[in-house]
Design a protein around this ligand. Structure first.
Ligand SMILES: [Zn+2]
Length: 340
């Protein structure tokens, strides 16, 4: 017999996604809203989440009892429809999973999100970092299945990370475990938004890919001709997916740029292996769409940088399997597992 579904909410920089998730990780319903801009009050973001949850509860009720035209909201108690609500937020979340301490893209500063949502929605609520949610989903249902010690790296504009040890997400004492993107890999290197220089995410992320592509376009070198033409044709300028597409089409410069990101990825993975010795790494996020063009060079440089190479077992490095759904699936399942 399967348990009740849970609701997962993924709050990103540009959109809020919600889904009704079965206990096998499959999605019954999904909905999406635009993320309120960072200048709007915390109340607006809260109202967006509440609206999404109520619409998903209506969908859950219709699954149980069929459509009920003419009525808004639900007549069934919410805890008879779903077991819990999990929130994955792009920000720092306290280790007790109650408070969003700081979210750079939202207006939350020490926001007691768990307490406020639980009072309105009358359901158990658990808040987590969005990278933890995605990592948990890949560990339970995706590319990390069966590996008790797993690291997930999300390569987007920056780098997100999460760590599962002996089947448990590691949140750290202050909720900030897994911020691998801010390990220093180049002393005195590129400036980072965290305040430091030379952070890994300045070398192995979507932002790094675009910075390097622009740098080579600026040299007006013949090798950048195709990238230059792509950038000129697009009003929004060059994007990561355009570079990936050019590489897939055989452009050598684009292939090299993605390969360099992959090499830096491998350097950071070797550092993480030295610290936590996982059995596997799962790589997700927009940049991972480059597939083997990224992961091939990452594996090579990982082997080159690994401490004790040649005398130890090596963790696998695999592409994530759940794509953009990982956030909602993981948030829902983390909330459900917190009830056990
Ligand atoms: Zn940094």
């Amino acid at each position: 017999m399967t348990g009740r579904s849970a609701i997962g909410i993924d709050i990103g920089g540009t959109k809020v996604s919600g889904a009704l998730v079965r206990d096998d990780g499959s999605i019954r319903h999904r909905l999406q809203r635009v993320t309120p801009h960072r200048t709007t009050s915390p109340d607006v973001v809260l109202a967006t989440i509440v609206g999404l949850v109520r619409d998903l509860l209506v969908a859950a009720e219709q699954d149980q009892h069929g459509p009920s035209p003419g009525r808004s909201g639900t007549s069934t108690r919410p805890d008879a429809l779903v077991s819990a609500i999990g929130i994955g937020a792009a920000g720092w979340v306290s280790s007790d999973r109650a408070t969003v301490v700081f979210a750079p893209h939202l207006s939350w500063r020490h926001e007691p999100l768990q307490e406020r949502l639980a009072a309105i929605l009358e359901l158990p609520v658990f808040v987590d970092n969005d990278a933890n949610a995605a990592g948990w989903a890949e560990w339970r249902f995706g590319a990390g299945r069966g590996e008790p010690n797993l690291v997930m790296i999300t390569l987007g504009t920056g780098i997100g990370g999460s760590l599962v040890v002996d089947g448990r997400i590691q949140r750290g004492r202050f909720g900030l475990a897994g911020e691998f993107g801010h390990m220093q890999v180049v002393p005195g290197g590129h400036r980072c938004a965290c305040g430091n220089r030379g952070c890994w995410e300045q070398y192995a992320s979507g932002r790094a890919l675009i910075r390097e592509a622009r740098a080579i376009i600026d040299t007006r070198s013949p090798v950048a001709r195709e990238l230059s033409a792509l950038a000129a044709a697009e009003p929004g300028g060059l994007s990561g997916p355009m570079i990936t597409q050019a590489a897939r089409g055989g452009d050598r410069t684009a292939t090299e740029l993605i390969g360099e990101i992959g090499q830096w990825l491998g350097v950071g993975l070797a550092n993480i292996a030295a610290a936590v010795d996982p059995g596997g790494f799962v790589i997700g996020g927009g940049v991972s769409a480059a597939g083997e063009l990224l992961l091939g060079p990452a594996r090579e440089s990982y082997r080159r940088c690994l401490p004790g190479r040649g005398y130890r077992d090596e963790a696998f490095i695999s592409a994530a399997e759940l794509g953009n759904d990982a956030g909602v699936i993981g948030a829902a399942d983390l909330a459900r597992s917190a009830l056990r």
